[in-house]
Design a protein around this ligand. Sequence first.
Ligand code: NAP
Length: 340
Amino acid sequence: MSGKVVAVAGATGVVGREMLRVLEDRNFPVKSIKLLASERSVGKTLKFKGEDLPVELLSDDSFNGVDIALFSAGGGTSKRFAPSAAKAGCVVVDNSSAWRMDPEVPLVVPEVNPGDIQKHKGIIANPNCSTIQMVVALKPLHDVAKIKRIVVSTYQAVSGTGQKAIAELEGQIAKLMNGKEAECKVYPYQIAFNCLPQIDVFLDNGYTKEEMKMVNETKKIMGDDSIRVTATTVRVPVFYGHSESVNIETEKKLSVEEVRQILASAPGIMVEDFPEKKVYPMAINAAGQDDVFVGRIREDESIENGINMWIVADNIRKGAALNAVQIGEELIRRNLLRVL
Ligand code: NAP
């Protein structure tokens, strides 16, 4: 396979650095790589395959000759630069929320809706991290039993907010343990030893933007507007790995054993469900892993056809970097690079 010219926009961030690791780990066919970030990072270097490479300023001219650009530099930066990148002939896989609900832009999780990649016009969106891990686990069940309703509550790690939030939790723990006051810059309140029932801004309907992302993105990825979804998203003092309590109501009844079997044979999923041995998914074990882990599978005894489960994944890996690189691999497999 011939190598591709790859650009990573936001290469110095939490997601960008993980993208470099995932490209290496999966032996993505890289001919050359461009590391792009803001003027703050010009002069820095990052390691790729053992080599120190310079970080360059992201600009409209960054994408000439680039085959694929992985963006993780915030929504405003994607809105500003993704169109010029696509115009230059490269395919953009964007991690921000800027393009996700654009009807012209496919929103893709390769285990769920790989075929949607086919419709791209230069930009493909990577879904929200909490949505990705949930749909990976729910799509195989939807195919068998048709999901009518999803009720999800999330327990999301601070790494989902980027480098500054990781530093804020570390700093607050150190200060509080030394009898000092916690400093709050990234989150509105102390996150150390606390849970914040607010991720992103509040909307007119009383939900947060993160909660409505889960509702709307789930329907788009599953290709089914009839699924009813309601979400409560919570930030917890965990560094890496999002956890989710998910309740589904299905048209056809599923037993716990059936759910375990369906999920065990589905791509990208690891069933960890031995309650008698106290085995269940946990963020500390999912961190650094590629799979979506599912456990605590139980029948919801309050309704006719309901299942409860606990879904955990590394938000930076499957929730962002890995999913984006998998989209890149799918583009190569389908010969869909180079739109011009
Ligand atoms: P981060 O650690 O704060 O990194 C932000 C990156 O964007 C840095 O490389 C930064 O460069 C770059 N950047 C910011 N403004 C820029 C500009 N004007 N021009 C060029 N580069 C700019 O954040 P992150 O967690 O990696 O997240 C990055 C994006 O991925 C966000 O859109 C986020 O919503 C999305 N995302 C994150 C997650 C997650 O779990 N963290 C999951 C899915 C999607 P400098 O270092 O030069 O400032």
